[in-house]
Design a protein around this ligand. Structure first.
Ligand SMILES: [Zn+2]
Length: 150
């Protein structure tokens, strides 16, 4: 681990040689080195956790794009919350739903172990609707079948 939190790193081998052991291009690796995302290279790719690497890179890129402004602050703003409220909800294990554009308790999300939060970015209700739409089913077709008594 270096100070960027990336898990590549160590024993000077050439970029070309290192790249040949990883499932990405030499130019990609060169760009990462130039951007300071990777400092030294390793011949053995076993220690490279690609999921974690991509997640770290996305995080670093986002911070760079935002002129170094803290991700938390941006997330809070995205969900229309003050940083304080956002942090309080996080501490209560609430998570953001990108479809509802608000936070829900953990129990309202399907588990997704590929994400750092451990839960999906969409809540169960949104995920169900999306899955139905993918199958060509209108999740709200039942509304049309209701009588007019309302
Ligand atoms: Zn939601």
């Amino acid at each position: 681990m270096n100070h960027h939190g990336l898990s590549v790193i160590s024993n000077g081998v050439s970029v070309r040689e290192a790249a040949s052991h990883y499932p990405f291009h030499q130019t990609t690796l060169e760009r990462w080195i130039r951007d300071g995302l990777v400092s030294t290279l390793q011949r053995n790719p076993i220690r490279l956790d690609l999921t974690q690497l991509h997640r770290d890179i996305a995080k670093i890129r986002e911070t760079k794009r935002n002129g170094g402004r803290n991700n938390e602050e941006l997330a809070a703003r995205r969900y229309g919350l003050t940083l304080d409220t956002y942090r309080r909800l996080k501490s209560l294990d609430w998570h953001p739903c990108s479809a509802c554009r608000c936070m829900h308790p953990r129990s309202e999300f399907p588990i997704d172990r590929t994400r750092s939060s451990g839960v999906s970015g969409l809540c169960r209700a949104q995920k169900r609707d999306r899955d139905m739409r993918k199958k060509g089913i209108d999740p709200y077709a039942w509304v049309d079948k209701l009588g007019d008594e309302t």
